[in-house]
Ligand binder design. Structure first.
Ligand code: 5GP
Ligand code: ZN
Length: 115
């Protein structure tokens, strides 16, 4: 059984504040939010990072994650004010959890470029 913390959240072995679920994805609140809304959208399948996604097998899955992110923004009421989608990939980007996840951030104005 995988030791990955996000796989454990998928299996309900550790708690999370889940805001959306379907057969291939799960969305839950980040434990250390960086904005009033900070939700992580993940595939239920363990894919370590974006670069590990298969260009053929995972094409529809990656599109699905983005559409779920958009849906989550709607559920949170931040579609009109705007929101940011982030996928950290690898060391320099600060990826800390090796299970592909899409950050959905909103509820405040954000700076650019990101740090
Ligand atoms: P990364 O830096 O890998 O892109 O983002 C990982 C995110 O996962 C961080 O924002 C961190 O706060 C969040 N996180 C880490 N462990 C947990 C956890 O056990 N539960 C939840 N809900 N979020 C977590
Ligand atoms: Zn995992």
């Amino acid at each position: 059984m995988s030791e990955c913390i996000f796989c454990k959240i998928v299996r309900r072995e550790i708690p999370a504040d889940i805001v959306y679920e379907d057969e291939i994805s799960l969305a839950f609140r980040d434990i250390n939010p960086q904005a009033p809304t900070h939700i992580l959208v993940i595939p239920k399948e363990h894919i370590p990072s974006l670069v590990d996604a298969d260009p053929v097998k995972h094409e529809a899955l990656l599109g699905h994650l983005l559409l779920v992110a958009r849906r989550v923004a709607d559920l949170e009421g931040i579609t009109d004010s705007g929101f940011r989608i982030v996928i950290n990939n690898g060391k320099d980007a600060g990826q800390a959890v090796d299970h592909l996840h899409v950050h959905v951030l909103g509820g405040r104005e954000m700076g650019w470029p990101p740090g």
